[in-house]
Structures are given as structure tokens and as C-alpha cells.
Design a protein around this ligand. Structure first.
Ligand SMILES: [Ca+2]
Ligand SMILES: [Ca+2]
Length: 209
């Protein structure tokens, strides 16, 4: 019984640390939630695509589109994706979406997301910025989702993740995103704890034999 308790404790401890390390700091990163956002009328339909001035947890410099039910492209995650370029309020303005989240200065984080171009003959370019990371992607591949993965260091207690279209303000199609995630990268200390937990698990199992 004592061994079983120890084993359970070690397992729970390891699981807890792993879960904490992998928690997504981005809310609504899969764009599944449109909440009470009211679609701008006259375009698409609720079952295909709609235009919104923003969606929950994200701010937007211009309108965005939410596509549902595999409209044009299959969703990477869930049922909905975001198209960054939409019908603009300002034809000369930039299309950006951004979200703030709490970070620890100097800590390393991983950013992952899925992106793709709209269709074979579209040209999709965007920049991504967060912490000390700035990158620009030109001519996204066609036909499948690109899985982007970066690490960045937080420069502030509150970080802002920003996606900006480089297609230009009058290019109203393209730059599809889904499944945006930011997770804290396990520090050596946390890793040591996990290894310690696993070692404890192996030890108690061996002892139980
Ligand atoms: Ca999604
Ligand atoms: Ca485009």
C-alpha cells in the first residue's frame, strides 16, 4: 500500500509538472470561439464564412474572416480557421491581429501555429512578432498546412503576439491561421524535477517486485 501511494504520488507529481509546462498561454488560439461577435452583414453565411471586426481574446486592426466547416481549406484544429485579410475598413491600413498574455522576463517560450495560403494562385505573406522574435514569411506553401515553430524570450511581464499581413491593405484574401499556441519551455530546474519524479517511479516499481 505504501509503495502504491508513493508510485501514485510520483506519477501525479510528474504529470502535474508536465501539464503546467505545456499550458497554452494563448486564448482562443484555434479561433473556434466567435462569442457574441456580430458578423458584418451581407457576406457569406454562418455555416461557411463571416466577417468580424474581431473575435474573442484577439484584437484586430482591421476586419478578419472566420471560416467554418472546412470552407475552402480543412481546419487544422477543430472546425474554424481565421483569414487575416478580409474586407478592410481602411483600404490603406494594415491587417494585424494581436493578443496579450503574461510572461516572465527572460524566460523562454515556444510559439507554434499552423498557416497556409488560401488557394493555388494566391500569394500569402505575413510577419509574426512576440518577445525578441520577429520573422517574415513569404509565399506560403500551397496544398497543406505549414506547421511553424519558434522559440522566443520574453522581454516584458506582458507580451504581445502579433500577426501582420504583408500582402498589402488592398489584398483582401489570404493568410489562413489555426491552432496558435504559446507554452513556457521547461527550465532545467523543472526538467530535473520531472526526471526526479520518473526516477522515483522506477525505483518504487522495482522495489515493489
Ligand atoms: Ca480551429
Ligand atoms: Ca493574399
Amino acid at each position: 500500500m505504501k509503495t502504491l501511494t508513493k508510485t501514485l504520488a510520483a506519477t501525479c507529481f510528474s504529470a502535474l509538472i508536465s501539464t503546467a509546462a505545456q499550458a497554452n498561454l494563448i486564448q482562443n488560439g484555434s479561433f473556434e470561439d466567435v462569442g457574441s461577435a456580430v458578423a458584418i452583414g451581407g457576406y457569406g453565411s454562418a455555416s461557411t464564412w463571416q466577417i468580424y471586426s474581431s473575435v474573442p481574446n484577439w484584437d484586430a486592426s482591421q476586419n478578419v474572416e472566420i471560416w467554418s466547416n472546412n470552407f475552402i481549406v480543412p481546419a487544422y484544429d477543430g472546425n474554424r480557421v481565421l483569414e487575416l485579410n478580409a474586407h478592410p475598413g481602411d483600404a490603406n491600413g494594415t491587417f494585424s491581429i494581436f493578443q496579450n498574455f503574461y510572461t516572465t522576463v527572460g524566460e523562454t517560450y515556444q510559439l507554434t501555429f499552423a498557416g497556409r495560403r488560401r488557394q493555388a494562385n494566391s500569394d500569402e505573406s505575413f510577419s509574426v512578432a512576440v518577445g525578441d522574435l520577429v520573422d517574415s514569411i513569404y509565399n506560403q506553401a500551397w496544398g497543406s498546412w505549414n506547421e511553424y515553430s519558434y522559440t522566443f524570450t520574453a522581454l516584458s511581464t506582458e507580451s504581445t503576439l502579433t500577426f501582420t499581413s504583408l500582402d498589402g491593405g488592398q489584398d483582401t484574401t489570404g493568410n489562413i491561421f489555426d491552432d496558435v499556441r504559446v507554452t513556457a519551455v521547461s527550465e532545467p530546474g523543472s526538467l530535473a524535477f520531472i526526471m526526479l519524479g520518473l526516477a522515483g517511479l522506477v525505483y518504487t516499481r522495482k522495489k515493489a517486485k
